[in-house]
Every structure is written in C-alpha cells, then in structure tokens.
Design a protein around this ligand. Structure first.
Ligand SMILES: [Zn+2]
Length: 195
C-alpha cells in the first residue's frame, strides 16, 4: 500500500497569520517528513507503525518550529508580493520605462558605454539582453528588484556590447564593478517568483 491517508489536521497559529498542518499516515515512509504544499498547508508524513502519534507529532512540530515559522512567513510574503503586483501592473510598467532608461544612461555615461536603443519589455524568464546592433532590452520587472541587483543586470548587458558571450574576460570585466558576479546571479534566481 502506498496511498497516503490523512489522519489529522492541526491549526498552527502565528501572530501575523495561521495555517494548517495536515498529518498523513504512510505505509512506505520510514521516518517523519514535512514540507510545505503551499503557504497555507504544511504536510507531515508519518510512518504508520509509529505509536503515540499525537505525542510524537507534537514534539516534532515543537522541535522544528523555527524552520516551520520562518518558511511559512517567507512563502506568505512571496504570495503577498505577487498579489500586490497584480494591482498596479500597468502603472509599474509605465514607470519602469522611464526609470530603467534613465538608469541605463547614467551607468553608460559613467563607464563610457555606447549603445543604440533601449527597449523595456515584458519578457518571460529574462532580465535583459543585448543585440548585435547595440540595442538593449530589459524586463520591466527590474524596478521591483533591489537597486544594486537592478544595476547588476544593466551593467551586465552593457558589458555585452563589448564582450559577447560569458567567457572569462566577460566575467573579469564585470568583476571590476561587481566582485563575485556569480553571487548576483544566484540572488536573481531568488526573484524568479516575480515572473
Ligand atoms: Zn549575459
């Protein structure tokens, strides 16, 4: 038997919001596991042979409470950010156009880059790109990123005007302004939920 059977639902209260932990009994699992299904539901899988389930679960929740609460808060925060985005999207896109173009110009002038035109687009899974004719495209969602990260994307694309591809010399050039550029790439991945 591999089917999971729900045996209990526990409400977990936190000052800012509450959520449920659903406890499932499994014939396959060898140990207790927990993961978030979404921001409102924590799933706990418990092996069927465990006795005193209530007590064990209570202890398990207690032991893992720091992780559970911080993870739940993070998921909830991400959800709220996504919801906030729905309301003023047209407005955001509009201000993205002027603000990003202005910032590109500032950075380009500071570091003597010459580009052709800047386009602000609604790209999927892309923060920016650079064409062989010297045009730059940026995702309007850049204005939702921390300023430093937004600058990283702009500077990254500006360097592509001089160096195509991501060879060693590209990263060296980028590293002059942004030491450890790989860490910025990682940070950008944290904002992929915006897409
Ligand atoms: Zn690149």
């Amino acid at each position: 038997m591999s089917k999971l059977k729900i045996i209990k639902k526990i409400k977990i209260k936190h000052p800012s919001y509450s959520f449920y932990a659903s406890v499932y009994q499994s014939y396959k699992s060898k140990s207790i596991r927990l993961f978030f299904k979404n921001e409102k539901e924590l799933k706990i899988i418990i092996p069927y042979w465990i006795k005193n389930k209530d007590e064990i679960i209570e202890n398990f929740l207690h032991q893992n409470q720091d992780w559970i609460i911080s993870k739940a808060l993070k998921l909830n925060e991400h959800k709220q950010k996504r919801e906030n985005l729905n309301i003023p999207e047209a407005q955001l896109k509009y201000s993205a156009k002027t603000e990003i173009k202005k910032r590109v110009l500032e950075i380009a002038q500071k570091h003597n880059f010459e580009y052709n035109r800047v386009f602000i687009r609604n790209q999927k899974r892309r923060w920016g790109s650079c064409s062989s004719s010297g045009n730059l495209s940026f995702n309007w969602r850049l204005i939702l990123l921390p300023k430093k990260l937004c600058d990283y994307v702009i500077y990254h694309e500006l360097i592509h005007l001089r160096k195509k591809g991501h060879q060693k010399d590209f990263w060296q050039e980028l590293g002059k302004i942004f030491p450890y550029p790989q860490s910025y790439r990682k940070m950008l991945r944290d904002f992929e939920y915006l897409f």
